[in-house]
Design a protein around this ligand. Structure first.
Ligand code: AP5
Ligand code: MG
Ligand code: ZN
Length: 220
């Protein structure tokens, strides 16, 4: 099963993708996480990505697409993938369709997590993430058990440099100009299911699992 989680910055893609991937034994592929990992390792890809991320712009399609294609060609991805934050442009969506078709696979469903703009700003303003495993926390809605430390791996928590008010605004502009077009693209292909992203994390997870239910029983 291959699933895309689509939604604005702060909609809860990462939070939900981690949980659903664990439950359904799928690979969680988050392009933002891969770019941050590359930055932490100081690679050329990391340096390049940084210059776009700090401006709230998209990393160029060719770079992003080749990174994703490499990841999905690994053996563990054959069991299915949740794409978190990819595709983010029409070109990326077409590249994904083509790559999956070439591998004899399909994109089964796109979960569009919808959250109001006011709520997105609240979520990003209070977010902390783990330096090691990138698990997201929120100082009000989902604080870690021990302040400053990741529940999952004990890693140090930090605030993303692109979560400042000014950069969040730019990320939202980019989202509405480039990524929101994919809502139409996937509605036309009949793959999109909209899920209300407000309410607590477990409630939203339950809605997503309901939306995916039809896909579990479908013979492959
Ligand atoms: P990326 O890291 O993907 O950032 P994003 O899309 O802006 O999304 P976020 O990670 O900010 O939000 P999320 O939806 O994952 O929310 P989360 O679960 O953390 O991309 C960063 C940058 O990398 C881009 O700007 C771009 O430059 C580049 N990039 C990445 N992919 C690219 C691509 N395909 N092409 C080109 N460039 C690309 O939740 C947010 C907060 O809310 C957390 O604090 C969480 O605890 C809290 N929260 C979650 N759910 C709830 C809930 N139900 N109730 C209350 N709080 C909640
Ligand atoms: Mg994320
Ligand atoms: Zn961690």
């Amino acid at each position: 099963m291959n699933i895309v989680f689509l939604g604005a910055p702060g909609a809860g893609k990462g939070t939900q993708a981690a949980r659903v991937a664990e439950e359904l034994k799928l690979v969680h592929l988050a392009t933002g996480d891969l770019f941050r990992q590359a930055q932490a390792q100081g690679t050329r890809l990391g340096l390049l990505a940084k210059s776009y991320m700090e401006r709230g712009a998209l990393v160029p399609d060719e770079v992003t697409i080749s990174m994703v294609l490499e990841r999905i060609s690994a053996p563990d991805a054959k069991g299915g993938v949740i794409f978190d934050g990819f595709p983010r442009s029409l070109k990326q969506a077409e590249a994904l369709d083509k790559a999956l078709t070439e591998q004899g696979e399909t994109l089964d469903r796109v979960i569009y997590i919808k959250v109001s703009e006011g709520e997105l700003l609240k979520r990003l303003g209070g977010r902390w993430i783990c330096r090691q495993c990138q698990a997201p926390y929120h100082e009000v809605s989902s604080p870690p058990k021990v302040a400053g430390k990741c529940d999952r791996c004990g890693g140090e928590l930090y605030q993303r440099p692109d979560d400042t008010e000014a950069t969040v605004k730019k990320r939202l502009v980019t989202y509405f100009a480039e990524t929101a077009l994919l809502i139409d693209y996937y509605t036309r292909s009949g793959k999109l299911t909209e899920v209300a992203g407000e309410g607590d994390v477990d409630e939203v997870r339950e809605r997503i699992m309901q939306a995916l239910k039809g896909e579990f029983v479908r013979p492959r």
